[in-house]
Design a binder for this molecule. Structure first.
Ligand SMILES: Nc1nc2c(ncn2[C@@H]2O[C@H](COP(=O)(O)OP(=O)(O)OP(=O)(O)O)[C@@H](O)[C@H]2O)c(=O)[nH]1
Length: 546
């Protein structure tokens, strides 16, 4: 199938546009691809840094509250003979507790609430005896952070920080429990405000996979391992200890840059999800700008290619038109502009040379068509063109014309005796002698075999014929020196004279008749007939009409 455009101009333009498109694409790829990789790494590292500071802030929040609770626990331990009743005032006396916790309660060793900051009347209502957090606090005599749970009071996801009050004997006397809502603006607000973009989000999961914070509130306090659709690859890795950034797919199937880290105090996993569509929005804008400029560059290059191809190929078009003119014969070979130094100049010169070669060939052919190849004299064709022209000239100049018809005597015998090659040599020598004995203006031709003719122009009188013929016969009588040795060769001539009235054919017939007469007279001689007079006198015979 022919898919290339037909014209060179269009092909060059196509080539230029393809090259421009390819180079623009390569250039933009060469810039955009490394840029995207660098940007990806940069954004990823930014996420990690952001996450580290958010995790540190969260850790600090927990740590500060634990320090506060410990300080109060130590305060309480220093109160001599502290009884249950003294704990409610102790709590109320630390106003800061209301700022930092949703509520603070004190449990006795049996797990019963003996003081309640938010609700004095709530004392004795509940027991924590069976909770793991309480038992762990008592057993380890250390503060514990509870797993997240939904607060029965606020209904919000919360945790409890505990701190034991250790008596002088080293026993746990009481346990302080500070409840903290996880959607508390002061607790979470700090890192939520640090989102890298409007569609980016954080989520927080404890070690067991319970979601502590997620922008989708319906997922909070659910366990990721038990959620429909299972856990995402990145979350699974994060829960197994991965820290850093990676590229992954969210549960909703969106591609995102995801960074994860762990909180030192709680062991929770903090993750930030930054959708790729938003993270690389500036890059995508750059890409579409690059695509637009690629298209613009390609269009421009195509137009420029087409224009330049037209300009460069214009001389070729001109050359084409000139060659057409040469072919049509409306211009001469000189129209070819062969002085140019470019390819068109070389092409013109090649055309010029070709054209000259053709001319020379035509010339040679024309010459050949008019020349007798053996002797180099004119042939019959040339004679037939030349005789009417000579007669016309004679008529115009009112001068006489003599036609001599020569035949080599007994030429067949020469051939038969000495061979055809010797015969050829004789014919050539015969021709050479004829040439040497006539004027330059006279025309000699070989009609066929051993028959020759000579047209003598500007012969003012028949009286000049006899000496001319005698001279001719003498020239031939000289022995011919050939390969076979000296040969005696003679010729017989029939001569016709015209004062301009007879036709070429008839003049030749008259000369032929004269030759016939001379042969009959015995050869090595000549006979004369006046063509015009014979025409006139023979009109009765009507054998030679003009
Ligand atoms: N060597 C040679 N012989 C040729 C050539 N062309 C024709 N001939 C021969 O020339 C001879 C011509 O003989 P004619 O003119 O018929 O007879 P002739 O022997 O010349 O006898 P007359 O003319 O009566 O004297 C023939 O034998 C041809 O074969 C040629 O180119 N070369």
């Amino acid at each position: 199938m022919h898919i290339l455009p037909r014209t060179l101009k269009a092909r060059i333009a196509l080539l230029v546009s393809v090259l421009a498109l390819a180079s623009a694409l390569l250039a933009s790829l060469a810039v955009l691809y490394p840029m995207e990789r660098q940007m990806r790494a940069l954004v990823g590292e930014q996420q990690v840094a952001l996450l580290a500071s958010a995790a540190a802030a969260l850790d600090q929040q927990v740590s500060d509250r634990r320090v506060l609770l410990r300080a109060i626990a130590e305060d309480a331990a220093r109160v001599p003979g502290l009884r249950s009743a003294g704990l409610q005032p102790l709590l109320e006396q630390h106003a800061v507790l209301r700022d930092e916790f949703d509520n603070v309660v004190v449990f006795d060793r049996a797990g019963s609430v003996i003081a309640n900051l938010a609700n004095r009347r709530g004392v004795g209502d509940t027991t924590a005896a069976n909770t793991r957090t309480f038992r762990e606090t008592v057993d380890t005599r250390e503060g514990v952070i509870s797993p997240p749970f939904r607060s029965p009071l606020s209904g919000k996801p919360s945790i409890v920080l505990t701190e034991p009050v250790i008596g002088a004997n080293g026993d746990v006397m009481f346990v302080l429990g500070g409840a903290l809502s996880l959607v508390n603006a002061r607790f979470m607000g700090q890192f939520l405000a640090a989102r890298p973009g409007p569609s980016a989000y954080f989520y927080l999961i404890d070690q067991r996979g319970t979601i502590i914070y997620h922008p989708d509130a319906s997922r909070v306090l659910h366990n990721v391992w038990r959620e429909p659709g299972g856990v995402t690859e990145v979350t699974r890795r994060a829960l197994s200890g991965f820290e850093g950034w990676t590229e992954g797919v969210t549960k909703e199937g969106r591609s995102a840059l995801i960074a994860a880290t762990h909180l030192r105090r709680t062991g929770w996993t903090l993750t930030v999800v930054y959708p790729v569509a938003e993270a690389f929005a500036p890059l995508r804008q750059g890409e579409s700008a690059a695509r637009m400029s690629t298209a613009a560059v390609t269009l421009l290059a195509t137009a420029a290619g087409f224009y330049l191809a037209s300009v460069f190929l214009r001389p070729l078009g001109r050359l084409h038109r000139r060659v057409d003119m040469l072919v049509a014969g409306t211009a001469d070979i000189d129209v070819l502009d062969s002085v140019r130094s470019d390819e068109v100049g070389s092409l013109s010169r090649a055309f010029f040379a070709l054209s000259q070669q053709r001319r020379e060939a035509e010339h040679r052919l024309a010459l050949l068509s008019r020349t007798d190849t053996l002797t180099g004299l004119h042939n019959r064709r040339m004679f037939e063109a030349e005789l009417p022209a000579a007669l016309a000239r004679a008529r115009r100049s009112h001068t006489g014309l003599v036609l001599a018809f020569l035949d080599v005597d007994h030429f067949k015998r020469i051939n038969d005796t000495f061979g055809h090659a010797t015969g050829d040599q004789v014919l050539c020598e015969f021709a050479r002698r004829l040439l040497g004995s006539v004027r330059e203006v006279d025309t000699i031709a070989r009609l066929a075999g051993d028959e020759f003719v000579i047209i003598f122009e500007n012969i003012d009188s028949e009286s000049r014929v006899a000496p001319m013929m005698e001279k001719l016969l003498d020239t031939i009588r000289e022995p011919f020196v050939c390969g076979a040795g000296p040969l005696a060769v003679t010729t017989t001539v029939g001569v016709a004279f015209s004062a301009g009235k007879i036709s070429a054919d008839n003049l030749l017939k008259v000369a032929d008749e004269a030759l016939y007469g001379a042969k009959a007279a015995g050869r090595d001689t000549w006979a004369f007939r006046d063509g015009d007079i014979r025409c006139q006198v023979s009109s009765v015979e009507a054998v030679l009409p003009v």
